[in-house]
Write a protein that binds this ligand. Structure first.
Ligand SMILES: [Zn+2]
Length: 201
């Protein structure tokens, strides 16, 4: 706990005075982020850091492997879908970004099996990404996982379109969808496209 509280004290001593006006305005007027980012919970891939964003700039959902489930309006507890609904229907974000990453433990769990001690929820959750497994054409294991990671981003983008109000907003031009994958080794952000990936200049 000490390291966290030391971090908080540094925040109060340096970040807060510099950012105080911004926080006060956000408190007064509320948040109106233009972008929502769906990212992995992985501690190395913080979207606020990767996009060098400021408080109030991005509305963030993080979960294992940055997965978007399909639209299933039933009585179960849908945390991911609730965040997407809030971002799209209430905050009316203009851009919706799925941010996958290299060395993703969630994608690895889907492709190679979940850790035995994480079978209550993780195994079933990462199974959502199963349709992406077919992308693993390469012989090299790392390249195979990278291809699956990119395909998982495409799958999450496709699942977003199953939400009727996402589809409607995209078709009306009010919302744009983007997919990226962050390479932890090199710090390079790759744009995930239908047939491949392209480093962001
Ligand atoms: Zn991950």
């Amino acid at each position: 706990m000490d390291a966290l509280l030391e971090g908080y004290r540094r925040f109060r001593a340096t970040t807060w005075p510099a950012e105080r006006a911004r926080y006060e305005a956000l408190a007064r007027w509320g948040q109106s982020p233009e972008t929502m980012v769906i990212a992995c919970s992985d501690s190395r891939v913080d979207p606020q850091t990767v996009f060098n964003a400021v408080p109030g700039e991005i509305f963030v959902l993080r979960n294992i492997a940055a997965l978007v489930p399909p639209y299933e309006p039933d009585a179960h507890y849908h945390g991911a879908s609730a965040a997407i609904e809030f971002g799209v229907r209430v905050l009316k974000v203009r851009k919706l970004v799925v941010l996958g990453h290299g060395q993703c433990g969630g994608v690895r769990a889907m492709a190679l099996g979940a850790p035995p001690e994480a079978r209550d929820f993780v195994a079933q959750w990462v199974d959502l990404a199963r349709p992406a497994r077919g992308a693993a054409a390469s012989a090299d294991k790392d390249a195979r996982l990278a291809a699956v990671e990119a395909e998982v981003v495409r799958l999450s983008l496709a699942n977003l379109i199953t939400f009727p109000w996402v589809k409607e907003a995209v078709e009306a031009g009010r919302l744009k969808l983007y997919g990226f994958r962050f390479d932890i080794h090199t710090g390079v952000l790759l744009e995930v496209q239908p047939g491949g990936e392209r480093p962001v200049e």
